[in-house]
Design a binder for this molecule. Structure first.
Ligand SMILES: [Ca+2]
Ligand SMILES: [Ca+2]
Ligand SMILES: [Ca+2]
Length: 609
């Protein structure tokens, strides 16, 4: 069986087609006095238009295959006050990357916020190690704690610390890029990693390589194996290797695959391996994320029975669309934009370079304009091609161009195949239009970068591997399977209500998982047994609008005690015989006091408010 990397696109730009000046869905708004609307509606219909909306002082209609100037030509009528493109409106992303240039400042990728990894501190003293089986980690990238990273090579793949393409470097950055002042920040910043390079120059390897790699991960003392790869067909050698790693207390994480179908990929399809799907910044499933069934049918005909096995399908998802991470030095392209000194969201359109200048608003830049000479052109999207706008700017003496979207969101586009321009041109979001149009100066940089975007379940997988290391570093007493169960128990249900084949349990929420393990222990929501020699009692009072529980105890033997409220760990506190809990909610609350980290607890004490 051959295995290959699960990445759909190397650059965000590669998956966004160039936009034309044509209105979205060929839909236009026609402004007309209500008393003349009937005439205009009849004319629009006569000219091939299809009425979509009859508004107060306007109508909206589609003209299939027509652009704005053509529609203006068709509807040449004195009653029409204005015709403009009817733009699509859609919600902004729920989560987004930090803005700025990763070459000069540290940016946090959106998936870190989405999955709450910024809310939990990584414990670097816990000794967690993630083994990354991929195309190598290029030593040219400075955003790693290299002293914490080891590696091994398979024969024929070259050195583990030289890249076999950017894939392995991107994946490793999502797991463990350093928390410093540059680049990106990983899910478990600076975590120990062992890199196993299995991909040859052609970009694929064999399942026997993976079985061997699992042993190398084990020998290196790894807790977690992360595999952003896979292929069709199960085999027992490979399956046994990952099962042994899991049975020894480890956690194995692998990608679901990027074909957007229900095919089950391996190694993710093995029960011992946790399968990861990809979601986007809006909590939607990525259209490429594979969704194999969880059903297992045994027997035939009337004796056939179908059962569900959640270990053979997607278990959880994390961000994997347009993921920002590390590249081998200089292998990515990036753009940055500052307006009056403030970083602003942007996208690279065309032409590398770094320019600073005064801004000049050029409208839709449908002709040259001497006012642009020596300045950065600020241009609205619409009416003519992006290329011709930038060319008009350049022919006016403009030194750079910012094209602002005319509908919600960032403008992702290129200048097309026959580019006659040479000044750097970037896209900007419609939401920033007022700030950009009203600005006095702009700083644009488009150039090679050590940081860039990729999309795939390959990107979601290291996000989960890194977060598992983050969680585990705070709960080292747990096994890998208990970490896996906690990730599932606390994931945010997304897509169809309840567990589904696309999201599994949902989007990983690591602060929730951390609280869950703190409250319930490694085994999940198991109630600690009562008994022992500890006696506890409680009185109640009210002050400053709060209910107070004054808990006292004797007989505990550890220096600190664990206090449980309604069977969840409330706190660990000094064994000084008293603790006061305060809250504003009413109801019945049950407390018990336990020797720290043990099952030796007092009997339950119940208070009511
Ligand atoms: Ca960093
Ligand atoms: Ca599995
Ligand atoms: Ca769901």
């Amino acid at each position: 069986m051959k295995i290959s990397k699960f990445t759909t696109s190397v650059l965000a730009l590669a998956i966004t087609a160039a936009f034309s000046a044509q209105a979205a869905d060929d839909r236009f708004i026609i402004k007309v006095d209500n008393s003349k609307k009937g005439v205009v509606k009849a004319l629009a219909k006569q000219m091939g238009g299809e009425l979509k909306l009859d508004g107060n002082g306007f109508v909206a209609a589609t003209f299939t295959g027509k652009d704005l100037s053509q529609v203006k030509g068709l509807l040449n009528n004195p009653h029409i006050e204005l015709i403009e493109e009817d733009a699509r409106r859609m919600p902004l992303s729920l989560y987004s990357d930090d803005m700025g240039n990763a070459m000069t400042q540290q940016l946090t990728p959106y998936a870190v916020y989405q999955s709450q990894a910024n809310q939990v501190a990584f414990n670097s003293n816990a000794g967690m190690k993630v083994c990354v089986i991929d195309s190598g980690l290029d030593r040219s990238n400075q955003d790693f704690v290299w002293g914490n990273i080891t590696g091994s090579n398979d024969s024929g793949t070259g050195n583990w610390d030289e890249n076999g393409g950017p894939h392995g470097t991107h994946v490793a950055g999502t797991i463990g890029a350093a928390d410093n002042n540059v680049g990106v920040v990983g899910m478990a910043p600076g975590v120990d990693m062992h890199i196993v390079k299995v991909f040859n120059a052609e970009g694929w390897g064999y399942s026997s390589d993976l079985a061997h790699a699992a042993d190398q991960c084990s020998s290196a003392g790894a807790n977690i194996i992360s595999m952003s790869l896979g292929g069709g067909g199960a085999n027992s050698t490979e399956e046994n290797a990952f099962e042994a790693f899991t049975n020894a207390g480890g956690l194995v994480v692998a990608a679901a695959g990027n074909d957007g179908n229900s095919v089950r990929s391996y190694p993710a399809g093995y029960p011992s391996v946790m399968m990861i799907g990809a979601n986007d910044a809006d909590n939607n499933i990525a259209d490429f994320s594979q969704f194999p069934s969880c059903d297992v049918t045994t027997g035939k005909g009337k004796r056939a029975t179908t059962t569900s096995d959640e270990t053979i399908c997607v278990e959880v998802t994390a961000g994997g669309v347009d993921t920002l991470s590390t590249y081998p030095a200089g292998m990515a392209t990036s753009a940055s934009l500052s307006i009056d000194g403030s970083a602003m969201a942007t996208s690279s359109m065309e032409n590398s370079g770094s320019i600073y200048g005064n801004t000049y608003y050029m409208g839709t830049a449908e002709a040259t304009d001497s006012g642009a000479n020596g300045n950065v052109c600020v241009i609205d999207r619409g009416n003519i091609s992006f290329h011709d706008k930038v060319l008009n700017c350049e022919n006016s003496g403009g030194v750079g161009a910012i094209i602002i979207n005319n509908e919600a969101g960032m403008l992702y586009a290129t200048l097309g195949d026959t580019n006659a321009t040479s000044i750097p041109a970037v896209g900007a979001a419609f939401e920033d239009r007022a700030a950009i149009v009203g600005s006095t100066n702009a700083d644009i940089t488009i150039g090679t970068s050590d940081y860039g975007f990729m999309s795939g379940t390959s990107m979601a997988t290291p996000a989960v591997s890194g977060m598992a290391a983050l969680l585990w570093s705070n709960h080292t007493e747990c096994t890998g399977t208990e970490i896996r169960d906690a990730l599932k128990a606390t994931a945010q249900d997304s897509g169809a209500s309840g567990k589904d084949v696309y999201f599994g349990y949902g989007i990983v929420k690591i602060a929730s998982a951390d609280a869950y393990l703190t409250a319930n222990g490694c085994g999940g929501d198991v109630t600690p047994p009562t008994g022992g020699d500890i006696t506890a009692s409680a009185t109640t009072s009210r002050s400053k609008g709060k209910n107070n529980v004054n808990l006292t105890w004797t007989g505990a033997s550890t220096s600190s005690v664990d206090i449980y409220r309604n069977d969840a760990l409330r706190t660990s506190t000094s064994n000084d015989g008293s603790f006061t809990d305060a809250f504003r909610t009413s109801g019945s609350f049950t407390y018990k006091v336990c020797d720290q980290g043990s099952d030796n607890c007092s009997a339950e004490v119940t208070v009511n408010f």
